[in-house]
Design a protein around this ligand. Structure first.
Ligand SMILES: Nc1ncnc2c1ncn2[C@@H]1O[C@H](COP(=O)(O)OP(=O)(O)OP(=O)(O)O)[C@@H](O)[C@H]1O
Length: 460
Protein backbone atom coordinates (compact mmCIF):
# COMPACT_ATOMS: atom_id res chain seq x y z
CA UNK A 1 0.00 0.00 0.00
CA UNK A 2 1.33 3.38 -1.00
CA UNK A 3 2.77 5.45 1.85
CA UNK A 4 1.58 9.02 2.10
CA UNK A 5 4.68 10.74 3.34
CA UNK A 6 4.65 14.11 5.12
CA UNK A 7 0.94 13.83 5.89
CA UNK A 8 1.28 13.03 9.55
CA UNK A 9 3.93 13.37 12.16
CA UNK A 10 5.71 10.19 13.26
CA UNK A 11 3.19 7.84 11.64
CA UNK A 12 3.39 6.15 8.25
CA UNK A 13 0.02 6.89 6.73
CA UNK A 14 -1.26 4.60 3.98
CA UNK A 15 -4.12 5.33 1.63
CA UNK A 16 -6.00 2.49 3.28
CA UNK A 17 -5.66 4.02 6.73
CA UNK A 18 -6.68 7.42 5.38
CA UNK A 19 -9.88 5.94 3.93
CA UNK A 20 -10.52 4.24 7.27
CA UNK A 21 -10.13 7.53 9.11
CA UNK A 22 -12.60 9.24 6.78
CA UNK A 23 -15.05 6.38 7.32
CA UNK A 24 -14.93 6.97 11.06
CA UNK A 25 -16.04 10.56 10.58
CA UNK A 26 -19.61 11.04 11.80
CA UNK A 27 -20.00 13.74 9.16
CA UNK A 28 -20.68 12.74 5.61
CA UNK A 29 -18.02 13.64 3.07
CA UNK A 30 -18.60 13.34 -0.61
CA UNK A 31 -16.75 14.56 -3.62
CA UNK A 32 -18.12 15.31 -7.08
CA UNK A 33 -16.10 15.69 -10.26
CA UNK A 34 -16.59 18.40 -12.90
CA UNK A 35 -19.59 16.47 -14.33
CA UNK A 36 -21.42 16.14 -10.99
CA UNK A 37 -20.49 12.47 -10.75
CA UNK A 38 -19.83 11.18 -7.23
CA UNK A 39 -16.22 10.04 -7.12
CA UNK A 40 -15.79 9.61 -3.36
CA UNK A 41 -18.11 9.12 -0.40
CA UNK A 42 -17.50 7.94 3.16
CA UNK A 43 -19.55 5.43 5.14
CA UNK A 44 -21.78 8.08 6.74
CA UNK A 45 -23.87 8.10 3.56
CA UNK A 46 -25.61 4.90 4.69
CA UNK A 47 -27.11 6.51 7.79
CA UNK A 48 -28.26 9.54 5.79
CA UNK A 49 -29.71 7.85 2.68
CA UNK A 50 -29.70 4.10 3.40
CA UNK A 51 -27.30 3.65 0.48
CA UNK A 52 -24.02 1.79 0.66
CA UNK A 53 -20.91 3.45 -0.76
CA UNK A 54 -20.94 1.10 -3.75
CA UNK A 55 -24.54 2.13 -4.56
CA UNK A 56 -23.45 5.76 -4.76
CA UNK A 57 -19.98 5.80 -6.32
CA UNK A 58 -19.96 6.64 -10.02
CA UNK A 59 -23.59 7.80 -9.93
CA UNK A 60 -24.66 11.23 -11.08
CA UNK A 61 -25.61 13.42 -8.11
CA UNK A 62 -28.35 14.96 -10.28
CA UNK A 63 -29.87 11.50 -10.80
CA UNK A 64 -29.85 10.71 -7.05
CA UNK A 65 -31.37 14.11 -6.29
CA UNK A 66 -34.13 13.44 -8.83
CA UNK A 67 -34.82 10.11 -7.14
CA UNK A 68 -35.57 12.06 -3.96
CA UNK A 69 -32.59 11.12 -1.77
CA UNK A 70 -32.14 14.72 -0.56
CA UNK A 71 -33.62 18.16 -1.00
CA UNK A 72 -33.09 20.91 -1.87
CA UNK A 73 -30.37 20.52 -4.48
CA UNK A 74 -27.11 22.31 -3.94
CA UNK A 75 -24.92 21.29 -6.87
CA UNK A 76 -26.28 23.50 -9.71
CA UNK A 77 -25.62 26.73 -7.82
CA UNK A 78 -22.09 25.71 -6.74
CA UNK A 79 -21.17 24.77 -10.32
CA UNK A 80 -22.74 27.90 -11.72
CA UNK A 81 -21.48 30.48 -9.18
CA UNK A 82 -18.20 28.66 -8.43
CA UNK A 83 -18.51 29.81 -4.84
CA UNK A 84 -18.82 27.83 -1.58
CA UNK A 85 -22.39 27.27 -0.45
CA UNK A 86 -24.00 26.34 2.89
CA UNK A 87 -27.49 24.99 3.17
CA UNK A 88 -29.90 22.97 5.28
CA UNK A 89 -30.97 19.76 3.57
CA UNK A 90 -33.27 16.88 4.46
CA UNK A 91 -32.83 13.32 3.27
CA UNK A 92 -35.18 10.53 2.29
CA UNK A 93 -34.58 8.93 5.71
CA UNK A 94 -35.56 12.12 7.53
CA UNK A 95 -32.05 13.26 8.52
CA UNK A 96 -31.64 17.03 8.67
CA UNK A 97 -28.21 18.06 7.44
CA UNK A 98 -26.17 21.20 7.50
CA UNK A 99 -24.31 20.86 4.23
CA UNK A 100 -21.38 22.79 2.86
CA UNK A 101 -20.09 22.48 -0.67
CA UNK A 102 -16.70 23.88 -1.66
CA UNK A 103 -15.77 24.05 -5.36
CA UNK A 104 -12.14 23.48 -6.36
CA UNK A 105 -11.25 25.22 -9.62
CA UNK A 106 -8.57 24.31 -12.17
CA UNK A 107 -6.23 26.74 -13.91
CA UNK A 108 -8.95 27.50 -16.52
CA UNK A 109 -11.31 28.56 -13.74
CA UNK A 110 -13.49 25.48 -14.32
CA UNK A 111 -14.95 23.42 -11.48
CA UNK A 112 -12.75 20.36 -11.16
CA UNK A 113 -14.09 18.98 -7.89
CA UNK A 114 -16.78 19.85 -5.35
CA UNK A 115 -16.03 18.74 -1.79
CA UNK A 116 -19.20 18.42 0.24
CA UNK A 117 -19.54 17.77 3.96
CA UNK A 118 -22.84 17.20 5.70
CA UNK A 119 -23.37 17.27 9.46
CA UNK A 120 -26.56 16.21 11.15
CA UNK A 121 -28.37 19.29 12.38
CA UNK A 122 -29.71 17.36 15.35
CA UNK A 123 -26.16 16.96 16.67
CA UNK A 124 -25.45 20.61 15.98
CA UNK A 125 -28.55 21.81 17.82
CA UNK A 126 -27.82 19.63 20.82
CA UNK A 127 -24.26 20.88 20.91
CA UNK A 128 -25.46 24.47 20.87
CA UNK A 129 -28.00 23.78 23.59
CA UNK A 130 -25.32 22.24 25.75
CA UNK A 131 -23.30 25.38 25.27
CA UNK A 132 -26.33 27.21 26.70
CA UNK A 133 -26.63 29.50 23.72
CA UNK A 134 -30.38 29.20 23.89
CA UNK A 135 -30.73 27.15 20.71
CA UNK A 136 -32.57 23.93 21.30
CA UNK A 137 -34.15 21.15 19.28
CA UNK A 138 -37.84 21.45 19.97
CA UNK A 139 -39.99 18.40 20.58
CA UNK A 140 -42.66 20.13 18.57
CA UNK A 141 -40.37 21.28 15.80
CA UNK A 142 -41.87 20.71 12.40
CA UNK A 143 -41.55 17.10 11.35
CA UNK A 144 -39.76 16.54 8.10
CA UNK A 145 -42.04 15.17 5.46
CA UNK A 146 -41.05 11.52 5.22
CA UNK A 147 -41.81 9.39 2.22
CA UNK A 148 -42.27 5.68 2.14
CA UNK A 149 -38.77 4.32 2.67
CA UNK A 150 -37.58 1.33 0.70
CA UNK A 151 -34.54 -0.17 -0.93
CA UNK A 152 -36.47 -3.25 -2.04
CA UNK A 153 -36.95 -3.76 -5.79
CA UNK A 154 -40.36 -5.36 -5.28
CA UNK A 155 -41.66 -2.42 -3.25
CA UNK A 156 -40.04 0.03 -5.68
CA UNK A 157 -41.94 -1.62 -8.52
CA UNK A 158 -45.15 -1.31 -6.50
CA UNK A 159 -44.45 2.43 -6.13
CA UNK A 160 -43.77 2.76 -9.86
CA UNK A 161 -46.99 0.91 -10.56
CA UNK A 162 -48.99 3.21 -8.26
CA UNK A 163 -47.62 6.21 -10.17
CA UNK A 164 -49.02 4.67 -13.35
CA UNK A 165 -52.47 4.35 -11.81
CA UNK A 166 -52.31 7.85 -10.31
CA UNK A 167 -54.57 9.29 -12.99
CA UNK A 168 -57.26 6.63 -12.62
CA UNK A 169 -59.93 6.50 -9.93
CA UNK A 170 -59.85 2.73 -9.63
CA UNK A 171 -60.44 1.17 -6.25
CA UNK A 172 -57.30 -0.34 -4.72
CA UNK A 173 -57.03 -3.32 -2.39
CA UNK A 174 -53.80 -3.58 -0.38
CA UNK A 175 -53.20 -6.93 1.27
CA UNK A 176 -50.37 -7.80 3.63
CA UNK A 177 -49.45 -8.72 7.17
CA UNK A 178 -50.05 -6.27 9.97
CA UNK A 179 -47.44 -3.51 10.22
CA UNK A 180 -46.03 -3.91 6.69
CA UNK A 181 -46.93 -0.33 5.76
CA UNK A 182 -50.31 -0.70 4.04
CA UNK A 183 -51.45 2.59 5.57
CA UNK A 184 -48.26 4.35 4.48
CA UNK A 185 -48.74 3.00 0.95
CA UNK A 186 -52.37 4.16 0.87
CA UNK A 187 -51.24 7.68 1.75
CA UNK A 188 -48.51 7.49 -0.88
CA UNK A 189 -51.09 6.50 -3.51
CA UNK A 190 -53.22 9.48 -2.50
CA UNK A 191 -50.25 11.86 -2.54
CA UNK A 192 -49.20 10.78 -6.04
CA UNK A 193 -52.75 10.86 -7.43
CA UNK A 194 -54.56 13.75 -9.05
CA UNK A 195 -56.67 13.90 -5.85
CA UNK A 196 -53.69 14.94 -3.72
CA UNK A 197 -55.17 18.37 -3.00
CA UNK A 198 -58.32 16.71 -1.66
CA UNK A 199 -58.74 15.07 1.77
CA UNK A 200 -57.25 11.70 2.74
CA UNK A 201 -59.42 10.15 5.43
CA UNK A 202 -58.86 6.87 7.24
CA UNK A 203 -61.19 4.63 9.17
CA UNK A 204 -60.28 1.39 10.87
CA UNK A 205 -63.23 -0.95 10.38
CA UNK A 206 -62.06 -3.24 13.21
CA UNK A 207 -61.82 -0.51 15.82
CA UNK A 208 -65.47 0.62 15.71
CA UNK A 209 -68.66 -1.37 16.50
CA UNK A 210 -70.75 -2.20 13.38
CA UNK A 211 -73.66 0.23 14.10
CA UNK A 212 -71.30 3.09 14.78
CA UNK A 213 -69.22 2.30 11.70
CA UNK A 214 -72.30 2.76 9.51
CA UNK A 215 -73.07 6.23 10.89
CA UNK A 216 -69.39 7.22 10.80
CA UNK A 217 -69.24 6.30 7.12
CA UNK A 218 -72.64 7.43 5.90
CA UNK A 219 -73.41 10.18 8.40
CA UNK A 220 -76.92 10.66 9.77
CA UNK A 221 -79.79 13.10 9.65
CA UNK A 222 -81.03 15.03 12.75
CA UNK A 223 -82.76 12.66 15.20
CA UNK A 224 -81.86 9.55 13.14
CA UNK A 225 -81.47 7.43 16.26
CA UNK A 226 -81.48 7.76 20.03
CA UNK A 227 -78.35 9.45 21.22
CA UNK A 228 -77.62 10.94 17.80
CA UNK A 229 -76.39 14.50 17.57
CA UNK A 230 -79.39 16.86 17.16
CA UNK A 231 -77.92 18.56 14.13
CA UNK A 232 -77.00 15.32 12.39
CA UNK A 233 -73.50 14.48 11.23
CA UNK A 234 -71.60 14.38 7.97
CA UNK A 235 -70.15 10.93 7.29
CA UNK A 236 -66.65 10.15 6.07
CA UNK A 237 -67.91 9.34 2.58
CA UNK A 238 -69.12 12.91 2.22
CA UNK A 239 -66.15 14.43 4.05
CA UNK A 240 -63.77 12.62 1.69
CA UNK A 241 -65.44 14.11 -1.40
CA UNK A 242 -62.80 14.91 -4.09
CA UNK A 243 -60.26 12.92 -2.09
CA UNK A 244 -59.49 9.40 -0.92
CA UNK A 245 -61.13 7.27 1.75
CA UNK A 246 -58.88 4.59 3.26
CA UNK A 247 -60.82 1.68 4.74
CA UNK A 248 -58.36 -0.17 6.95
CA UNK A 249 -59.08 -3.75 8.02
CA UNK A 250 -61.97 -4.05 5.57
CA UNK A 251 -62.19 -7.79 6.32
CA UNK A 252 -63.84 -6.91 9.64
CA UNK A 253 -66.77 -5.05 8.07
CA UNK A 254 -70.21 -6.64 8.63
CA UNK A 255 -71.94 -8.26 5.64
CA UNK A 256 -74.83 -5.76 5.72
CA UNK A 257 -72.46 -2.79 5.64
CA UNK A 258 -70.48 -4.48 2.86
CA UNK A 259 -73.69 -4.43 0.76
CA UNK A 260 -74.10 -0.69 1.35
CA UNK A 261 -70.49 0.03 0.55
CA UNK A 262 -70.81 -1.90 -2.71
CA UNK A 263 -73.65 0.38 -3.70
CA UNK A 264 -71.60 3.49 -3.01
CA UNK A 265 -68.75 2.15 -5.14
CA UNK A 266 -71.10 1.26 -7.99
CA UNK A 267 -73.38 4.31 -8.00
CA UNK A 268 -71.21 6.97 -6.32
CA UNK A 269 -74.33 7.82 -4.32
CA UNK A 270 -75.59 7.05 -0.82
CA UNK A 271 -78.31 7.92 1.67
CA UNK A 272 -77.29 8.99 5.22
CA UNK A 273 -78.69 6.97 8.14
CA UNK A 274 -82.30 8.07 8.82
CA UNK A 275 -82.42 10.17 5.63
CA UNK A 276 -84.27 9.99 2.28
CA UNK A 277 -82.21 12.21 0.07
CA UNK A 278 -79.41 10.73 -2.00
CA UNK A 279 -76.00 12.37 -1.84
CA UNK A 280 -73.50 12.22 -4.66
CA UNK A 281 -69.80 11.80 -3.92
CA UNK A 282 -66.60 11.73 -5.91
CA UNK A 283 -64.17 9.61 -3.92
CA UNK A 284 -61.53 7.00 -4.46
CA UNK A 285 -61.61 4.06 -2.10
CA UNK A 286 -58.47 2.29 -0.98
CA UNK A 287 -59.09 -0.73 1.23
CA UNK A 288 -56.57 -2.78 3.20
CA UNK A 289 -56.61 -6.04 5.06
CA UNK A 290 -54.26 -8.46 6.75
CA UNK A 291 -56.76 -11.30 6.20
CA UNK A 292 -57.10 -13.54 3.18
CA UNK A 293 -60.17 -12.02 1.52
CA UNK A 294 -60.37 -14.67 -1.20
CA UNK A 295 -60.64 -17.33 1.48
CA UNK A 296 -63.21 -15.25 3.37
CA UNK A 297 -65.27 -15.08 0.16
CA UNK A 298 -65.22 -18.88 -0.10
CA UNK A 299 -66.33 -19.12 3.51
CA UNK A 300 -69.09 -16.57 2.80
CA UNK A 301 -67.70 -14.14 5.33
CA UNK A 302 -67.00 -11.52 2.67
CA UNK A 303 -69.20 -10.59 -0.29
CA UNK A 304 -67.84 -11.86 -3.58
CA UNK A 305 -69.19 -8.91 -5.57
CA UNK A 306 -67.56 -6.39 -3.21
CA UNK A 307 -64.32 -8.36 -3.30
CA UNK A 308 -64.16 -8.04 -7.10
CA UNK A 309 -65.08 -4.36 -6.95
CA UNK A 310 -62.31 -3.62 -4.44
CA UNK A 311 -59.85 -5.87 -6.16
CA UNK A 312 -59.65 -3.81 -9.38
CA UNK A 313 -56.06 -3.01 -8.43
CA UNK A 314 -54.60 -5.59 -6.11
CA UNK A 315 -51.34 -4.86 -4.29
CA UNK A 316 -49.54 -7.21 -1.93
CA UNK A 317 -47.24 -5.55 0.58
CA UNK A 318 -44.41 -8.01 1.31
CA UNK A 319 -43.52 -8.74 4.94
CA UNK A 320 -40.28 -7.21 6.26
CA UNK A 321 -38.53 -10.61 6.46
CA UNK A 322 -38.84 -10.82 2.64
CA UNK A 323 -37.26 -7.40 2.13
CA UNK A 324 -34.30 -7.45 4.43
CA UNK A 325 -32.66 -4.69 2.40
CA UNK A 326 -35.22 -2.31 3.99
CA UNK A 327 -34.21 -3.07 7.60
CA UNK A 328 -31.12 -0.83 7.77
CA UNK A 329 -32.60 2.24 6.02
CA UNK A 330 -35.78 1.96 8.10
CA UNK A 331 -33.72 1.62 11.30
CA UNK A 332 -31.79 4.78 10.46
CA UNK A 333 -35.02 6.56 9.60
CA UNK A 334 -36.55 5.70 12.96
CA UNK A 335 -33.29 6.59 14.70
CA UNK A 336 -33.40 10.08 13.16
CA UNK A 337 -37.08 10.46 14.04
CA UNK A 338 -36.77 9.42 17.69
CA UNK A 339 -33.47 11.22 18.23
CA UNK A 340 -35.27 14.35 17.13
CA UNK A 341 -38.38 13.63 19.17
CA UNK A 342 -36.53 12.89 22.40
CA UNK A 343 -33.75 15.41 21.81
CA UNK A 344 -31.13 12.69 21.88
CA UNK A 345 -28.16 11.89 19.75
CA UNK A 346 -27.93 8.10 19.90
CA UNK A 347 -25.84 6.14 17.44
CA UNK A 348 -26.23 2.49 16.50
CA UNK A 349 -23.40 -0.02 16.06
CA UNK A 350 -22.89 -1.96 12.83
CA UNK A 351 -23.09 -5.29 14.74
CA UNK A 352 -26.45 -4.28 16.13
CA UNK A 353 -27.74 -3.35 12.66
CA UNK A 354 -26.50 -6.69 11.30
CA UNK A 355 -28.33 -8.49 14.08
CA UNK A 356 -31.54 -6.66 13.20
CA UNK A 357 -31.27 -7.97 9.65
CA UNK A 358 -31.09 -11.58 10.88
CA UNK A 359 -34.35 -11.30 12.82
CA UNK A 360 -37.68 -12.31 11.22
CA UNK A 361 -39.85 -9.33 12.37
CA UNK A 362 -43.26 -10.98 12.83
CA UNK A 363 -44.70 -7.53 13.65
CA UNK A 364 -43.01 -6.08 10.54
CA UNK A 365 -42.09 -2.38 10.25
CA UNK A 366 -44.25 -1.38 13.22
CA UNK A 367 -42.28 -3.75 15.47
CA UNK A 368 -38.98 -2.35 14.18
CA UNK A 369 -40.20 1.21 14.75
CA UNK A 370 -41.30 0.42 18.32
CA UNK A 371 -38.00 -1.30 19.08
CA UNK A 372 -35.89 1.61 17.82
CA UNK A 373 -37.97 4.03 19.88
CA UNK A 374 -37.38 1.92 22.98
CA UNK A 375 -33.66 1.63 22.24
CA UNK A 376 -33.26 5.37 21.71
CA UNK A 377 -34.85 6.00 25.09
CA UNK A 378 -33.18 3.25 27.10
CA UNK A 379 -29.70 2.65 25.68
CA UNK A 380 -26.43 4.46 26.34
CA UNK A 381 -24.92 6.72 23.70
CA UNK A 382 -24.34 3.84 21.26
CA UNK A 383 -27.10 1.29 20.74
CA UNK A 384 -25.36 -2.07 20.76
CA UNK A 385 -26.18 -5.77 20.46
CA UNK A 386 -26.39 -6.08 24.25
CA UNK A 387 -29.29 -3.58 24.26
CA UNK A 388 -31.46 -5.82 22.09
CA UNK A 389 -34.29 -7.70 23.81
CA UNK A 390 -33.55 -11.35 24.61
CA UNK A 391 -36.45 -12.43 22.45
CA UNK A 392 -34.56 -11.26 19.34
CA UNK A 393 -31.42 -13.16 20.32
CA UNK A 394 -33.30 -16.34 21.08
CA UNK A 395 -35.31 -16.33 17.92
CA UNK A 396 -32.16 -15.83 15.83
CA UNK A 397 -30.50 -18.75 17.54
CA UNK A 398 -33.57 -20.99 17.12
CA UNK A 399 -33.80 -20.31 13.43
CA UNK A 400 -30.65 -21.35 11.52
CA UNK A 401 -31.80 -19.48 8.41
CA UNK A 402 -31.75 -16.22 10.37
CA UNK A 403 -28.55 -16.71 12.34
CA UNK A 404 -25.11 -15.70 11.07
CA UNK A 405 -23.74 -18.33 8.62
CA UNK A 406 -21.90 -21.20 10.30
CA UNK A 407 -19.61 -22.11 7.39
CA UNK A 408 -18.05 -20.56 4.32
CA UNK A 409 -20.28 -22.69 2.07
CA UNK A 410 -23.38 -21.47 3.83
CA UNK A 411 -22.22 -17.86 3.57
CA UNK A 412 -21.56 -18.33 -0.18
CA UNK A 413 -24.96 -19.94 -0.66
CA UNK A 414 -26.72 -17.09 1.13
CA UNK A 415 -24.81 -14.47 -0.87
CA UNK A 416 -25.71 -16.29 -4.13
CA UNK A 417 -29.34 -16.45 -3.07
CA UNK A 418 -29.46 -12.74 -2.37
CA UNK A 419 -27.78 -11.76 -5.65
CA UNK A 420 -30.00 -14.03 -7.76
CA UNK A 421 -33.18 -12.89 -5.99
CA UNK A 422 -32.27 -9.24 -6.38
CA UNK A 423 -31.57 -9.68 -10.09
CA UNK A 424 -34.75 -11.73 -10.66
CA UNK A 425 -36.89 -9.18 -8.81
CA UNK A 426 -35.46 -6.48 -11.05
CA UNK A 427 -35.43 -8.24 -14.41
CA UNK A 428 -38.17 -10.86 -14.05
CA UNK A 429 -36.79 -13.09 -16.83
CA UNK A 430 -34.10 -15.77 -16.89
CA UNK A 431 -32.59 -14.31 -20.08
CA UNK A 432 -32.08 -10.92 -18.47
CA UNK A 433 -30.83 -12.44 -15.21
CA UNK A 434 -28.28 -14.42 -17.24
CA UNK A 435 -27.12 -11.23 -18.94
CA UNK A 436 -27.08 -9.26 -15.67
CA UNK A 437 -25.06 -11.87 -13.78
CA UNK A 438 -22.95 -12.89 -16.78
CA UNK A 439 -23.95 -16.56 -16.59
CA UNK A 440 -25.56 -18.94 -19.09
CA UNK A 441 -29.34 -18.91 -19.36
CA UNK A 442 -29.46 -22.62 -18.35
CA UNK A 443 -27.60 -21.74 -15.17
CA UNK A 444 -29.88 -18.75 -14.56
CA UNK A 445 -33.00 -20.95 -14.93
CA UNK A 446 -31.55 -23.44 -12.41
CA UNK A 447 -30.68 -20.71 -9.90
CA UNK A 448 -34.09 -19.06 -10.26
CA UNK A 449 -35.77 -22.42 -9.63
CA UNK A 450 -33.60 -22.90 -6.56
CA UNK A 451 -33.80 -19.46 -4.98
CA UNK A 452 -36.80 -17.58 -6.36
CA UNK A 453 -39.76 -19.98 -6.21
CA UNK A 454 -41.79 -17.55 -4.09
CA UNK A 455 -41.10 -14.63 -6.45
CA UNK A 456 -42.46 -16.28 -9.58
CA UNK A 457 -45.95 -14.85 -9.18
CA UNK A 458 -45.57 -11.42 -10.69
CA UNK A 459 -48.88 -9.99 -9.52
CA UNK A 460 -48.40 -7.21 -6.99
N1 LIG B 1 -41.79 1.98 4.21
C1 LIG B 1 -41.98 2.67 5.35
N2 LIG B 1 -41.28 3.78 5.57
C2 LIG B 1 -41.42 4.47 6.75
N3 LIG B 1 -42.26 4.09 7.75
C3 LIG B 1 -42.98 2.98 7.56
C4 LIG B 1 -42.89 2.21 6.36
N4 LIG B 1 -43.72 1.15 6.45
C5 LIG B 1 -44.31 1.25 7.65
N5 LIG B 1 -43.88 2.34 8.32
C6 LIG B 1 -44.28 2.73 9.70
O1 LIG B 1 -44.61 1.53 10.38
C7 LIG B 1 -45.82 1.66 11.11
C8 LIG B 1 -46.85 0.65 10.59
O2 LIG B 1 -47.25 1.00 9.28
P1 LIG B 1 -48.79 0.92 8.81
O3 LIG B 1 -49.71 1.35 9.90
O4 LIG B 1 -48.89 1.63 7.49
O5 LIG B 1 -48.90 -0.65 8.63
P2 LIG B 1 -50.20 -1.50 8.25
O6 LIG B 1 -49.74 -2.58 7.33
O7 LIG B 1 -51.26 -0.58 7.73
O8 LIG B 1 -50.61 -2.10 9.66
P3 LIG B 1 -52.05 -2.66 10.13
O9 LIG B 1 -52.39 -3.83 9.24
O10 LIG B 1 -51.81 -3.11 11.54
O11 LIG B 1 -53.02 -1.52 9.99
C9 LIG B 1 -46.27 3.10 10.95
O12 LIG B 1 -45.85 3.85 12.05
C10 LIG B 1 -45.57 3.57 9.68
O13 LIG B 1 -45.29 4.94 9.74
Amino acid sequence: MKQLSNLTKNVDMTLESLVKILDYSSDEIFVLDGNKTIIYVNSACEKHYGLKKEDVLGKSSVELFEQGYWKPSLAPEVYEKKKPLFMKQTTNLGAELLTSAIPILNENNEVELVVTTARELQNYNLLKRNEKTGVSASKHSEQTEIDLITNCEKVKSILKFTQKIAVTNSTVLIQGESGTGKGVLARYIHQTSKRKEGPFLTINCAAIPAELLESELFGYTPGAFTGANRTGKIGLLEAADQGTLFLDEIGEMSLSLQAKLLQVIQDKKFIPVGGYEEKKVDIRIIAATNRNLAEMVQQRQFREDLYYRLNVIDIKMPPLRERKEDIIPLSYNFLHTFNRLYEMNKLISQECLDMLTYYSWPGNVRQLENLIERLVVTSDSIIDVSDLPEMIYESIQDNPALSPPSSLNEAIDRAKREIVRKSFQKHKSSRKVAKDLKISQTNAVKLIQKYCEDLRDHSF
